[in-house]
Design a binder for this molecule. Structure first.
Ligand code: ATP
Ligand code: MG
Ligand code: MG
Length: 384
């Protein structure tokens, strides 16, 4: 356990990672732009690096003082990770895994080549109307036009319903970006599974129901509601099969679509802890963060430690109209029993920014639903 972990990125995922690391006295150094970023606030040992995680010198400096380098965001420069790995730094998950996953089209191609079902996808040769027309002939309309890289919170996506949307879709996503088109998934629900890849096992946490609003994760319910035991198991199997396609160790968030006929498709994979796994902090013996550390440091990990202790609901605290809206939310949440509050230390709120989350766990899902209902209403009060 006297290993030092270096992390590219220092946001809320890094913050929760270091909260888990502190309990095991695992030292973690962060590289990111902010001296008091959410993660750096939690551990103070003078070895963090302030700089861009896309800057080669800064990443090399982090590597020099780390036994293992890992990421909390996939939008990093994998050429530098490849270089430090060739000079002997252990990079987890493997830089090739990060490189493939950060290109959503390449990710889908790799999954499909291993027999993992995903939405049918067509790359666009250029961001032009004739190329989008060609893709729509192959996939039909509606389709989802997506940026291959740098996408998050739906920010690289544009739903194309009819031909009239072609121009605005291309204008919105930008002409210089690599784009691809995805067949529209008529899903009944969205599910997610956190998978842990260790040196010799691929294990999974429970199946989570995720609810998105404006393409941002709003709520998660574990276990997923209204899903048969078969689907529950199939989702975990599919998620493990998907993650097994990639090299290296660590936790991976696997987002899936459950179609009307109960077939499952993988939407996308994140090679790191994930919003849909926050609930594991309170609801499972070992959280996704501790599981990530155990996996990358080759520490023991047991499948039964990833099982659910009791039903859990997670609600994101998104920035509202005022700069301290998240604090007002937390004040309200303090009034609710069985409610764990996580604020991320991001300072002033900006509209829609992830400022924190709450997790309610209870002996039954229906009790958890009753407890969290006033907080969902509070979160919705400013909605137009
Ligand atoms: P994240 O913040 O999860 O990384 P992202 O920007 O990478 O998000 P996606 O996961 O590709 O975006 O899509 C965001 C949401 O858009 C999905 O959760 C789903 O609700 C919807 N969506 C994505 N692809 C499709 C599709 N092919 N058909 C229908 N809806 C889709
Ligand atoms: Mg994504
Ligand atoms: Mg997504």
């Amino acid at each position: 356990m006297d290993k030092t972990v270096g992390v590219l990125g220092g946001g809320q995922l890094g913050r929760m990672l270091v909260e888990a690391a502190n309990l095991l006295e695992i030292k973690v150094n962060f590289l990111d732009g902010g001296e008091y970023s959410p993660a750096k606030q939690v551990i103070n040992h003078g070895n963090h690096i302030d700089g861009s995680f896309k800057d080669a010198d800064a990443v090399r400096k982090l590597a020099e003082q780390s036994d293992v380098v890992t990421i909390e965001i996939e939008h990093v420069n994998t050429d530098i990770l490849e270089q430090i790995s060739q000079s002997g730094t252990d990079v987890q998950p493997h830089w090739r895994t990060i490189r493939t996953i950060q290109d959503k089209y390449a990710q889908k191609e790799l999954l499909q080549s291993h027999g993992v079902a995903t939405a049918q996808s067509v790359p666009l040769d250029s961001a032009s109307i004739p190329d989008l027309q060609k893709a729509s002939e192959a996939l039909g309309l509606p389709l989802m036009l997506k940026s291959r890289r740098e996408a998050y919170d739906g920010k690289g996506n544009f739903p194309v319903k009819t031909k009239d949307d072609f121009k605005s879709a291309l204008d919105t996503l930008g002409s210089n970006k690599d784009l691809y088109a995805e067949k529209w998934a008529n899903f009944r629900m969205e599910l997610a599974v956190m998978v842990v890849k260790t040196k010799d096992q691929v294990l999974s946490f429970p199946t989570v129901e995720t609810i998105h609003e404006n393409s941002v994760c709003k709520l998660t319910y574990t276990p997923a509601r209204g899903v048969s035991e078969t689907v529950n198991e199939q989702a975990q199997e599919l998620a493990r099969k998907a993650v097994a396609c990639f090299e290296g160790k660590g936790v991976f968030g696997v987002e899936m679509f459950l179609l009307e006929d109960d077939t499952l498709l993988v939407n996308e994979i994140a090679p790191r802890p994930h919003n849909s796994g926050h609930y594991t902090i309170e609801a499972c013996p070992v959280s996704q963060y501790e599981a990530h550390l155990r996996a990358i440091l080759d520490l023991p990990l047991f499948a039964e430690d990833l099982q659910l202790r009791e039903p859990a609901i997670m609600l994101n605290i998104l920035g509202g109209d005022s700069e301290d809206s998240h604090k007002a939310f937390a004040q309200e949440a303090l009034k609710q029993r069985r409610t764990k509050i996580h604020l991320y230390g991001k300072g002033k709120a900006r509209k829609g920014r992830k400022m924190g989350h709450i997790t309610v766990t209870a002996p039954t899902m229906s009790e958890a639903e009753t407890i969290i209902q006033p907080m969902i209403e509070y979160a919705d009060k400013d909605k137009p």
